[in-house]
Each structure stands twice: as C-alpha cells, then as structure tokens.
Design a protein around this ligand. Structure first.
Ligand SMILES: [Zn+2]
Ligand SMILES: [Zn+2]
Length: 274
C-alpha cells in the first residue's frame, strides 16, 4: 500500500494557489487510499514583507471546511479526504489556539509548527543577522520546546528542523549533536503527552539530502519509544505530493525499525503497515 500524504497545502494557504480539487485528483492518480490537506493558519502572524500583505497566513476556516466537505463528498468513491490544518504555534497565543481548535471539531488532524521566533521568520535573512548558525538553530529549537510544553491542541509537531532549509550556509551548518539535548527534551514531552512527529520531505525538493527531522533525531525518537510518526510532503504544488515517499521515506522507516506509519482520523491515530 502506498504511503499517504498528511501534510499538503492548497489555495487556502497564503503561499499556495493549487485548487483543492487538483490536490485530491493528484492523490487519486498516485493511488492513495486517503489524503489529508493541512492548510496554514498562523494566529497573530507578523507580516514579514510589508510589500506583500497577502502573506498573512490567515485561514478562512468556514470556507475551507465547507470546500473540504464538498470535495470529500464528490470524491468519496475514489479517496478518503481528511480535514487537517497546520497551526503556527508561538508563545502568547495559547488561549486563541485552544478556542480555535474547540470551535472546529471537524478537524481530523492538526500539525503544530514553529514558523516564527520572536516575530521573525527564519525563512528571511534578518533572522540570522549578527549571530552564528548554531545560535540561530538553538533559539529555533528552544522555541519548539516551549511550544510542546505549553500547547496541547495538536497531534504531531511539524518539520522539527525546518529552519535548516534556510540556514545561510545550508545543511552543512547543522550539527545534530550540538542540539541533541533539546531534541531529547522535545521528544520526552511529546511522547508523554501522546503526541507524535512527522517525517517531512519538503527539504528534499529544496535540495537538502535528508528529510525533516535529521535521521539522528529520528533514531533518538524511536529509541525513546516514539511510535506516532506521520508522513508529509508539505507540497504547495501538485508535483511534490508524496515526494520521496516510496524511496527515501519507506527505506528510512524500515531501517529505523518501524512497521507502521501514522495517519489521523477524528484526531485519533491510525497505524498503517509499511
Ligand atoms: Zn510549516
Ligand atoms: Zn506546511
């Protein structure tokens, strides 16, 4: 059975213009039995580039969920469409996130992600100014640790070392060992809360040599007893749906000793044989 994609963006995300129907049709063409869309919602996002105010990462949730309902009905004989969201998490929005998630019980799956650190997006060079990559990485991971401790309204934490995509010196500036202590804490909290992580292949089509998180992080998660692990391409265009799943991800999960990967329905994990 094909590995299903649980991290996908459509035109409901500020940074994608792909119609929901195109995402679903591509998933059907790839032979997936189910698929989960996870459009962006970053509550209180700080617009980074004033010249482009459309990049606010707001989500028109009523319209988004209505569209997903309509599409899931339309395609129900061909594929099981799941309703997901990628929520940007950061200190100060805990109550807003709680209220949002309790307001929309329609969601099957919620990815929690760190996109901003002190109001800065590591996508932009200003985040790295005046400090080493090691310091920039450290602050990003500390931010994730704070989020996994303070938030409960998510199922898996997204793209744990996503910042590596944008390091000024690229992935060679990333040494997992320098941050292994923080990863250990992050995994301890996630596992004790019954939450999981994802393997995110967005890095592979951005020319990195490993998916998020680094294989050493995945080894640590497995050794600590982490069992909940979803798989997502983070595709914003249909070409990247399931990118690397049947090659890199299948080999990686098998070599790590996983017999299952996870999908979510009604916020509950399902374990699918690999
Ligand atoms: Zn993200
Ligand atoms: Zn994403």
């Amino acid at each position: 059975m094909k590995i299903c994609d649980s991290h996908l963006h459509s035109e409901f995300s500020s940074d994608s213009s792909t119609p929901v129907s195109a995402v679903i049709e591509k998933a059907i063409a790839l032979g997936l039995p189910k698929v989960c869309l996870t459009d962006h919602y970053d509550i209180d996002f700080v617009i980074q580039d004033e010249s482009d105010p459309t990049m606010d990462f707001k989500l028109d949730t009523p319209r988004y969920l209505a569209c997903l309902k309509e599409m899931s009905e339309l395609y129900k004989d061909k594929i099981d469409v799941r309703f997901g969201v990628e929520l940007g998490l950061m200190p100060g929005i805990e109550e807003k996130v709680r209220n949002y998630v309790s307001k929309w019980p329609e969601y099957d799956f919620i990815i929690g992600s760190t996109h901003l650190v002190r109001g800065l997006d590591p996508y932009y060079p200003s985040y790295y100014e005046g400090r080493s990559s090691k310091e920039a990485l450290r602050e990003y991971f500390e931010c994730i640790l704070t989020s996994v401790r303070t938030f409960d309204d998510f199922d898996v934490y997204g793209h744990l070392d996503y910042i590596v995509r944008y390091l000024p010196g690229g992935e060679k500036d990333y040494c997992f060992k320098d941050h292994a202590d923080i990863f250990e804490e992050i995994f301890k909290v996630l596992i004790s809360k019954g939450k999981g992580i994802e393997i995110n292949t967005g890095s592979l089509y951005k020319k990195m040599t490993f998916p998020h998180p680094h294989i050493e992080a995945l080894k640590m998660y497995k050794a600590m007893g982490g069992e909940i692990i979803t798989v997502g391409s983070d595709a914003h265009v249909t070409d990247y749906i399931c990118y690397g799943f049947e090659t890199v991800v299948r080999d990686l999960l098998t070599s790590l000793g996983y017999k299952y990967y996870t999908t979510f329905k009604n916020r509950k994990p399902e374990f699918n044989p690999i």
